[in-house]
Structure formats: C-alpha cells, structure tokens
Design a protein around this ligand. Structure first.
Ligand code: SF4
Ligand code: SF4
Length: 359
C-alpha cells in the first residue's frame, strides 16, 4: 500500500472478510507464490494488505476475491510521481506548474469522487499533503524539504507562515444551516473585510433575506450567502467549490461575475465547477481532473478554456497522448414538442449530454 509505484492497490475494508474467503487472494497471487509478501493479512486490522511496490498488476486477486474487495488500478505511465501531493491517493501531475500562474483565474472540471475537494483543501491549507505516506503525516519541515526549489515550496511557505491567506467556499452549502447560526445581515457584517457588503448583497440579490436566519434560507439563497461571505473576505487565495449549484441561469451568471471580480494582480481564484458555460465565462485556464472515484485523481496541466473543455469532453489529453475516458461526451440539441412543458406555443430547445459510444 505504501510507496509510489505505478499502480494503486485498494482493499475495501468493509468487504474484506478473510475468515470467510479461504484467503483466495493470498493463495493465488503469483508474487506471493515466489515467497514475497505481496498480499498479507495484517495482524492489527485482520484485513488483506497489498504491497503496491511488489504487485505486478496481474489482477488475479481481483478476480478470485469472492467479495469484490480488491481494486488494482494501473496508473498512466506519464504521471510524475515526484509531484504526488495527496492526502489520500490524489496524484497531481501539474501542481508545481499551476502555482506559477499568478493573477489568473484557474478552473477545475472533472467527475466526482476523484479528489477535487481534497486537493482544494490542501491548497487552502485545511489539509496537509501526505507525500504518499498514508500512515504517518509528514511535518511541514518535511513538506518544505520535499518541494524545495519548486513553486509549491514557496506556496506552502507563504500559506503556513500566514502571509498568504486562503478562504474557501465549501461544496455542500446545506451544511451551513447546521454549522452557522444567526441572521444573514449580522453574519455578513462580521466578515466584510473588504467593505463591499452593500454592493455585493445588492448584486447577488441578498437584500431581501438580510433579516432572515441562516437556518431558514433556501438552497439558492444559501449558495449566494456562502459566495458573498467568502468574497467579502480579504484573501490571497479564493477557492469556490461548485458555486453554481442551486442557482438559476441568471443567478449563476451574477455569481460568476462576483467571483471573477476578486481577481487581483497577485491573487489566485480557483473554482471547481461542472457547468461548462460558466467555466467558459469565468476562467483563464482550465485543469481537468480524471481518475478512479474513491481511488485516485490526477490534475492535468492547465489549458486554455477552449482546449480544456475539449479535453474534458473528448476524454483525451493530446499533449500527453493519454485517454482518460473511453467515451466522448457530446451534446445533442433537440426541439421538443411545442409548448410541451410550458403550456405555450413556444418551441423549446433541449440540450442533453451523451456518451458518444452509447448513442
Ligand atoms: S481481499 Fe477478498 S480474498 Fe482477500 S482476504 Fe479479503 S475477502 Fe478474502
Ligand atoms: S494484482 Fe496480481 S500481483 Fe498484484 S496483488 Fe493481485 S494477484 Fe498479486
């Protein structure tokens, strides 16, 4: 499990039942047959543990495990292991490079479960990079040493030394109802470090909920409240995780304008977003994230907006000659029956996204 091999071996803990499977994985592993301990049952957890360094990726164990407890993922060979910064199994091939881009709007797009939020939390200083060690968290000194000479070294030094302040809007705004108590107006007053509350609340149409308690806000109001609260802070790094969720088209556009306005000569604005049209409007650069949900994720090198969106839709990175998704995503525009959904005579255009291989 430890080390930086070219594959990831995962055992799903709540599926692994060594007492009921006859230890098929251990018995059938060809590396174990040579006398090496590629798969062993740990004394502490009594679960199967796979050495990624010894594993040759044959996937026999995956097939023989009766409880589907094992995943073996062979990583693309082009990944630069030196830049592994994850807290779990997040591998970044490009983060060094990305931090050299100052004063740029930087957007990430990708599927869920591959570590976008974790990577953002590392950039915000909420989580520490584990440098591939899943047992002992490294100290900041070790992290600085590891990244010595790179932009990440400078970034983490500034971040930890409090010279660089990060603020992050979380993905799940519903949780704010439980964690934050008080009236919208009062709460925003306490975070208005940039003295922009009146302008921003007017722009984001929050004025009518100023006297409401946060617990009574709808999803869209909560989202706009969360965006406003982060945008009012004085920070060097603004991070917004899925800011368009719950918002209608007009509100999305306004939220995007408010976020875009945060860009300063030496600031970072990072947005994770699924709405490609908003990303197109917002960003200077796009990084695509790909990987296996629950296992690992890779951040691609930044691309221009058009190129980045094409990479995401095509599932193919031309510069690395790497396909990360078998299917292309395409959009089909159809004209629905007149007034079918609105009770009017207005013809409606419908946009739908398809896996090309399945259509
Ligand atoms: S991974 Fe599967 S085969 Fe191996 S010990 Fe666990 S349950 Fe048994
Ligand atoms: S993939 Fe093959 S070598 Fe690796 S642990 Fe499974 S059986 Fe052993």
């Amino acid at each position: 499990m430890l080390g930086r091999s070219s594959r990831i071996a995962m055992v799903v803990e709540d599926r692994c039942r060594p007492s009921k499977c006859g230890l098929q994985c251990r018995k059938r592993c060809p590396v174990n047959a040579t006398g090496c301990q590629c798969i062993e049952i740990t004394a502490s957890s009594k679960l199967s543990l796979i050495s990624e360094d010894l594993c040759i990726g044959c996937a026999i164990c995956v097939k023989v495990c009766p409880f589907n407890a094992i995943q073996i993922i062979n990583l693309p060979s082009s990944l630069d292991k030196r830049r592994h910064i994850g807290t779990g199994r997040i591998r970044s091939s490009s983060t060094d490079f990305l931090f050299q881009i100052l004063a740029m709007f930087w957007a990430w797009v990708g599927t869920n479960g591959i570590g976008k939020t974790t990577a953002l939390q590392i950039l915000a200083g909420i989580l520490k990079p584990n440098l591939g060690n899943f047992i002992d968290a490294p100290s900041w000194d070790e992290i600085f040493r590891y990244f010595r000479g790179s932009e990440l070294h400078k970034y983490f030094t500034r971040l930890v030394g409090d010279n660089m302040k990060a603020t992050m809007k979380p993905q799940y705004v519903d949780n704010i109802r439980k964690s934050v108590k008080g009236k919208v107006g009062d709460l925003l007053n306490t975070v208005d470090e940039r003295q922009v509350k009146d302008t921003l609340c007017d722009f984001l149409e929050l004025n009518k909920v100023m006297d409401q308690d946060v617990s009574g806000l709808s999803g869209g109001e909560l989202q706009r409240f969360a965006i406003a609260a982060r945008a009012m802070k004085e920070a060097d790094i603004y991070i917004f995780d899925e800011p368009s969720c719950y918002l209608d088209v007009k509100q999305r556009l306004k939220a995007a304008q408010a976020i875009r306005s945060l860009l300063q000569p030496k600031s970072y604005v990072i947005v994770v977003e699924h709405d490609l049209s908003i990303l197109d409007y917002l960003s200077d650069y796009i990084c695509c994230l790909y990987g296996t949900p629950g296992a690992y994720g890779v951040v691609t090198l930044p691309s221009s907006i058009r190129e980045g969106i094409n990479i995401f839709l095509n599932g193919f990175i031309p510069t690395e000659n790497l396909r990360f998704r078998e299917e292309k995503l395409t959009f089909r525009v159809t004209e629905s029956t007149r007034g079918e959904n609105r009770g009017s005579d207005t013809p409606m255009l419908q946009l739908s996204c398809h896996d090309q291989n399945k259509t």
